[in-house]
Design a protein around this ligand. Structure first.
Ligand code: 1GP
Length: 244
């Protein structure tokens, strides 16, 4: 059964054609006020260890009702303060810890804390190997010129009963996931597609949504270029409207 957050996200995608998630690193201070109007949800997490997750989420919740979705880099990325969690398998990891053991170790906590799990296939594509997730997640990197392999993973995720695929190029990636990979994945698997990693300008965000992305994620942008958030939001919504 779909939970409250997932229903809300589906409604946004249905009505506006696409959504924008802003990824917040709990270790860093962010000027929430300047970005609040543009996020459909906040993702909270990272690949390299976390402290003060509960406090950070409480702090964000004081100022906004925007859904807070955990994007856990490991089992320590779970907080009872969050509304939902991307319950992820890193599908193309070589290490079963990341495909199944880490999510399994977190499952009871998620149940006890009553956090809404959003079943998500996490798929890492070139150049993710050169980023933190590639190193930590021991990935069998999908080459950038093999969009069919990305689509096969998305189809596999759908057959496993997952409802979302996160196509990841890695935080701070030199270049994002290709439009081709997004397009073929959407066509073949027809599953909700999140795209993140290396998206830094409105033109790129626009193209990814037009190619078939339902959600665009940016992380580094709010640290390096927060003024761009509004433009990216507008580009996502414009592409979304054109897609409907
Ligand atoms: C990382 O996809 C996200 O998991 C965001 O990447 O930091 O490059 O925006 P960026």
């Amino acid at each position: 059964m779909l939970g409250r957050v997932e229903k809300k996200l589906n409604r946004i995608i249905e009505n506006e054609g696409a959504a924008y998630f802003i990824l917040i690193d709990p270790e860093k201070d962010v000027d929430l006020e300047s970005i609040m109007d543009y996020a459909d949800a906040f993702l909270i997490g990272g690949s390299s260890g976390i402290v003060n997750l509960d406090e950070k989420i409480k702090e964000i919740k004081k100022d906004t009702n925007i859904p807070i979705i955990l994007f856990p880099g490991n089992v320590d990325g779970i907080s009872k303060e969050a509304d939902a969690i991307l319950y992820m398998s890193l599908m193309n990891s070589r290490n079963t810890y990341w495909t199944t053991l880490a999510p399994t170790l977190g499952a009871i906590k998620i149940l006890k804390y009553k956090i809404e799990p959003i079943p998500t296939a996490y798929i890492c594509i070139e150049p993710a190997k050169n980023t933190t997730v590639g190193f930590v997640g021991d990935i069998n990197e999908i080459p950038k010129n093999k969009p069919n392999i990305v689509a096969m993973y998305c189809l596999s995720a759908k057959f496993f009963g997952m409802r979302w695929c996160y196509l990841e190029a890695g935080s701070g990636a030199e270049f994002p996931v290709s439009n081709e990979a997004i397009k073929i994945s959407k066509e073949i698997a027809n599953i909700n597609i999140i795209v993140g990693g290396g998206i830094r300008d409105e033109k790129t965000a626009y193209e990814k949504v037009k190619a078939g992305a339902d959600v665009i994620v940016t992380g580094t942008l709010i640290e390096k270029n927060p003024d761009k958030v509004e433009q990216i939001y507008n580009a996502i919504k414009k592409a979304g409207r054109e897609k409907l």
